[in-house]
Design a protein around this ligand. Structure first.
Ligand SMILES: C[S@@+](CC[C@H](N)C(=O)[O-])C[C@H]1O[C@@H](n2cnc3c(N)ncnc32)[C@H](O)[C@@H]1O
Length: 303
């Protein structure tokens, strides 16, 4: 096997988990150069380098001077909002189109006058923006959960249909509900906490103001089409309750934000995927989204 360098971009909150994940899944890998949000590893790998806790990852071709960056097509990402990308690179990035399946050349502006180049294969669930930066417009919303569900919707092209019923576990104050209501969905929000008045007063929203552990089959006369969760409880607790709900609810899909504040929760993700597959869901995927901190989205669908 050949020794190569690999890069990973992630959010600062996820870096410790990303390092643990890479070093435990690729025993030959060593952490190499890194700056907040940009990490490189050196190691032997003939397979794919796709750590779950990375927003984006791929082969690292090294560090280059600005005048060495002679690409016909490349996207340019900057590590810090405050950096100004040189105009010739900004123009190159704006003019570069990559199709799904193509290899993207990514110029990473890691510092002022510090450029690294990486390569990765563009997947359909990638944001079609340099460095997987979210293309969701920033607006005034009750909570960050708005962006999490909006990004999952965009990345996986979730087939929400008008008038479907979404059961939202842990719905307060209502960021995710706002996005779902904007899609003309009906939301059944479960949370002992108060909802934002904008959500509470929407006729498509119904609040079950109690813990999700109290939900019973007769709370759902019309069934549900989707289950969404962003509850701030350990994944073990959430998944146990979701398993119980699936004994009497038959949604076509679930989008669960799993909080990964301990290493053991990261390690158990592969078993979680297997469990959903064994319950008959053919399409079970995990994705670290641009608005995530120490968490990951589990997207479960019937194909
Ligand atoms: C991160 S917030 C959810 C944000 C929300 N999805 C939104 O879009 O604004 C976590 C929520 O989980 C709720 N929660 C915690 N334990 C719960 C339980 N056992 N049953 C229902 N909700 C719970 C909390 O009250 C809190 O509002």
């Amino acid at each position: 096997m050949m020794t190569q360098f690999f890069f990973a971009l992630t959010n600062p909150e996820a870096e410790p988990l990303l390092k643990l994940e890479v070093l435990s899944h690729f025993p030959s890998f060593k952490l190499s150069y890194s700056r907040p949000g940009f990490l490189t590893f050196k190691g032997d790998s003939s397979g794919q380098f796709n750590p779950l806790m990375a927003r984006l990852s791929g082969k690292c071709l090294g560090k280059f001077q600005l005048d060495e960056l002679k690409y016909k097509k490349a996207w340019v990402w900057k590590r810090d909002e405050k950096f100004t990308i040189p105009s010739e690179l900004a123009a190159l990035s704006d003019q570069s189109l990559f199709k799904v399946g193509e290899t993207v050349t990514l110029i990473m502006m890691v510092g002022l006058n510090e450029y690294w180049v990486g390569e990765y294969q563009l997947q359909s669930h990638h944001f079609q923006t340099p460095g997987e930066v979210s293309s969701i417009e920033v607006r005034s919303v009750p909570s960050r959960a708005y962006y999490k569900i909006a990004e999952a919707h965009e990345a996986f092209d979730l087939p929400f249909e008008e008038d479907e019923i979404v059961l939202e576990l842990g719905s307060a104050p209502g960021g995710a509900s706002l996005f779902l209501l904007d899609q003309e969905l009906n939301v059944l929000g479960v949370d002992p906490a108060e909802m934002d008045p904008v959500i509470r007063n929407n006729i498509r929203f119904k609040h079950l103001k109690r813990p999700f552990e109290t939900l019973r089959s007769d709370d759902f006369r019309n069934g549900v089409d989707w289950i969404i969760s962003d509850i701030n409880l350990p994944p073990t607790v959430v998944l146990k309750e979701v398993e119980r709900l699936l004994t009497f609810l038959k949604p076509k899909g679930l989008v669960l934000t799993l909080k990964l504040n301990q290493e053991k929760h990261l390690n158990s993700l592969k078993y979680t995927v297997k469990n959903f597959e064994s319950w008959g869901f053919e399409n079970v995927r995990l994705k670290y989204l641009p608005s995530h901190r120490q968490e990951i989205a589990l997207i479960v669908q019937h194909s």
